[in-house]
Design a protein around this ligand. Structure first.
Ligand code: CAA
Length: 283
């Protein structure tokens, strides 16, 4: 763990930018990579705003905010990750995209460096198998919003070494997170439970049990959930929820995981949630 100084983050979306922010705030030097320059600029201005809010609320000093921002460099050239000690991949939840990124990272990043994935459900064993360093590949599953949520699920692939999983646990803890280790099975621990609940909320809506507000209020007021399941689906991204249901359905082979047709329909219509300003609700 002492040798982890430079952390690369692949993907400047809502998860990647949160991971970059928390890593930089925890004393790591961060290189944030994305193929999209505009996405990188948006991520850095978002992080800047979050830090400004923290300063305004007296949670951190201006100096700390400045040094956190200064610790993050951006790049559209993956070669710039070559000297990283640890790279955390946080790209789109799609197997082919992740396999392609890990093949490239394996060629580019220095030997001995750890390659972690923030995948929410794809097999770490399969991701590791496309590299020539499967013992150095692990899962680091952060929750959204990353700066707020306390958990990192760390996932041990079949070939992940003890030293690698100990190291990603230690990095997560240095980032102020509590670690829960999960086995490399579809959905790991959180999404094995959370996303079928969200899928069931779509079935309840589909079958007219109540309207969207009614379903969300039932779970917020009746079960003390901070967000109702449909609101949470919009927040996570309906496309991501559907991708996770498909992994559960295919990976576990049980029809109880079949994605709700209404969830599929929303995704087909491009209603991906908050990020496109329309999902179950409009924003
Ligand atoms: N980034 C950084 N900080 C954020 C934020 C964001 N996107 N959104 C909210 N916050 C911070 C706010 O700044 C605020 O901080 P302070 O209290 O220090 O001022 C704090 O969070 C609370 O925010 P708000 O007062 O604006 O709103 P809230 O009380 O309604 O909380 C919430 C917002 C934290 C998002 C809360 O609604 C919540 O916990 N929702 C559930 C989130 C959840 O379940 N996440 C897990 C999703 S599953 C996942 O990520 C895994 C996966 O693979 C799908």
């Amino acid at each position: 763990m002492s040798e982890i100084k430079l952390v690369g983050v692949v993907g400047a979306g809502q998860m990647g930018r949160g991971i970059a922010q928390v890593a930089a705030a925890s004393g790591f030097q961060v290189t944030l990579f994305d193929i999209n320059e505009e996405g990188l600029d948006f991520a850095l201005s978002f992080i800047n705003k979050q830090l400004d809010k923290g300063v305004a609320k007296g949670r951190l000093t201006q100096d700390v905010a400045d040094s956190t921002l200064a610790a993050i460099s951006k790049t559209t050239n993956m070669q710039d990750l070559k000297d990283c000690d640890l790279v955390i991949e946080s790209a789109t939840e799609n197997k082919e995209i992740k396999f392609s990124i890990f093949k490239q990272l394996d060629e580019i990043v220095k030997p001995g460096a750890i390659l972690a994935s923030n995948t929410s459900s794809i097999s770490i064993t399969e991701i590791a198998a496309v590299t020539n360093r499967p013992e150095l590949v692990a899962g680091m599953h952060f929750m959204n919003p990353v700066p707020v949520m306390k958990l990192v699920e760390t996932i041990t692939g079949l070939e992940t070494s003890d030293a690698t999983i100990d190291c990603v646990d230690a990095v997560s803890e240095k980032m102020g997170k509590t670690v829960v280790r999960a086995d490399d099975v579809p959905g790991f621990a959180v999404n094995r439970i959370l996303v079928p609940m969200i899928n069931e909320a779509f079935y309840a809506l589909f079958e007219g049990v109540s309207d969207a507000r009614g379903i969300d209020n039932a779970m917020k007021l009746g079960c003390n959930q901070p967000m109702g399941p449909l609101e949470l689906a919009d927040f996570i991204g309906l496309d991501t929820c559907l991708a996770i249901m498909n992994v559960l359905y295919e990976g576990l082979g049980d029809t109880k995981y079949r994605p709700c047709p209404l969830l599929k329909k929303y995704v087909a219509a491009g209603r991906y949630g908050v990020k496109v300003k329309k999902g179950v609700y409009e924003y």
